[in-house]
Design a protein around this ligand. Structure first.
Ligand code: AMP
Ligand code: FE
Ligand code: FE
Ligand code: ZN
Length: 281
C-alpha cells in the first residue's frame, strides 16, 4: 500500500539542466514515493516542462511548471524559483536563450582555467552535455569525478570550481527585478530559493518583496530544522507562501533523494491562487 500523499517536491533538476534523470523518470520516482505534486525547476531552461506535464497527466500526479534563475546581490548568489508560469511564454524563452549561450562560454572558461592548473578536460568529454540545454558547474564536477581527478562531487567544488576557487568563473545573470517580472508577466509566482542565513540579511528580503516575490523556500537540504523554523516564521510574518523541495540533481551529488524534502500539499493551492488571481487581473 502506498503511503497517503503528504508532501510535494517543488525543487528538482532534470537532464535538461544539470540533473541526470529525464522528466519522465522524475515523475515516476515522485509517484513511487507517494508525493502529491512536483515541479521540475531546471536552471535557465523550460525544455523538460511539457514532457513532465504529460508524464504527470498519464500518472495522475500534479505537475507545476517550474524554473530556477540565478541572480547576484553584491558578492552573493541569489536563486529565484518560478512556478505556474506559461512554459511557452516568448519573453521568458528569449531571455533564457541568452543565459544558456553565456553558460556555454562560461564552461569553456572554466575548462581553460582547469587546463592552466594542469587538469585537462575537453568540452566533448563532459558527461551529459549533449542532453543538457543548460550546462553548468555540476557537469564539470561530473567530468572531474569520472576522470578520477576528484573523489566526490563536493571535492570538485572545494578544490576547483566553488566560489573563489582557482577555476571559479561566475555565471552571467539577469537583474533580480527583471527575473521576477519575467515570471510574473508569464502568469507565474516568484519564490526566493534556499535563502539560508541570508534570510537575516537586512534589506534583501524587503528588496525581493518590492520586486514582487510572493514565496520563500523553507524546506531545503541546506537548511537545518532551526533555520526552517526561522524562515517559516518570517514567511508567516510577511505573508509569503512557504515552499520546499529536495533540489535533487543526481544521487552522487545530493544529500537527499526526491521527496526527501518537500512542502505540505496545500502549498500548491496557495501558489495556484496567486497565479490565477494574476491571470484574471
Ligand atoms: P551553476 O548554476 O552552473 O553555477 O551551478 C550551480 C549548481 O552547482 C547549484 O545548483 C548546486 O547544485 C551546485 N553547487 C554550487 N555550489 C556548490 C558547492 N559549493 N558545493 C556543491 N555544489 C554546489
Ligand atoms: Fe543545479
Ligand atoms: Fe539553487
Ligand atoms: Zn536548484
Amino acid at each position: 500500500m502506498k503511503k497517503p500523499a503528504s508532501i510535494c517536491d517543488l525543487h528538482i533538476h532534470s537532464v535538461h539542466s544539470d540533473g541526470k534523470l529525464t522528466p519522465a523518470e522524475i515523475v515516476a520516482r515522485c509517484v513511487e514515493r507517494g508525493l502529491c505534486a512536483l515541479s521540475i525547476t531546471d536552471h535557465d531552461t523550460v525544455k523538460g516542462q511539457m514532457e513532465a506535464i504529460e508524464a504527470g497527466g498519464a500518472n495522475f500526479i500534479e505537475v507545476l511548471s517550474g524554473i530556477e534563475f540565478s541572480a547576484r546581490e553584491g558578492e552573493m548568489e541569489v536563486h529565484i524559483l518560478g512556478y505556474l508560469f506559461d512554459p511557452l511564454d516568448p519573453g521568458i524563452e528569449s531571455n533564457l536563450q541568452w543565459l544558456r549561450s553565456m553558460r556555454r562560454q562560461r564552461v569553456e572558461e572554466i575548462l581553460a582555467k582547469l587546463k592552466a592548473l594542469g587538469v585537462d578536460v575537453s568540452y566533448s568529454e563532459i558527461p551529459g552535455r549533449e542532453k543538457s540545454d543548460s550546462i553548468g558547474r555540476p557537469h564539470v564536477a561530473r567530468a572531474l569525478m569520472e576522470m578520477g581527478i576528484v573523489a566526490s562531487f563536493q571535492e570538485a567544488f572545494n578544490r576547483f570550481i566553488g566560489y573563489g576557487r582557482k577555476a571559479y568563473v561566475p555565471n552571467m545573470v539577469l537583474p533580480m527585478d527583471r527575473i521576477v517580472k519575467l515570471i510574473v508577466d508569464a502568469g507565474g509566482v516568484a519564490v526566493w530559493a534556499h535563502p539560508g542565513q541570508n534570510i537575516r540579511r537586512t534589506g534583501l528580503l524587503e528588496k525581493l518583496i518590492s520586486h514582487g516575490i510572493e514565496g520563500v523556500e523553507v524546506w531545503h537540504p541546506n537548511h537545518d530544522g532551526a533555520l526552517e523554523e526561522e524562515i517559516l516564521e518570517t514567511a508567516r510574518q510577511r505573508g509569503l507562501v512557504p515552499t520546499g523541495g529536495s533540489d535533487f540533481h543526481f544521487a552522487e551529488s545530493m544529500k537527499v533523494d526526491i521527496g526527501g524534502k518537500g512542502s505540505p500539499c496545500d502549498t500548491v493551492d496557495r501558489l495556484k491562487e496567486l497565479s490565477s488571481n494574476r491571470t484574471l487581473s
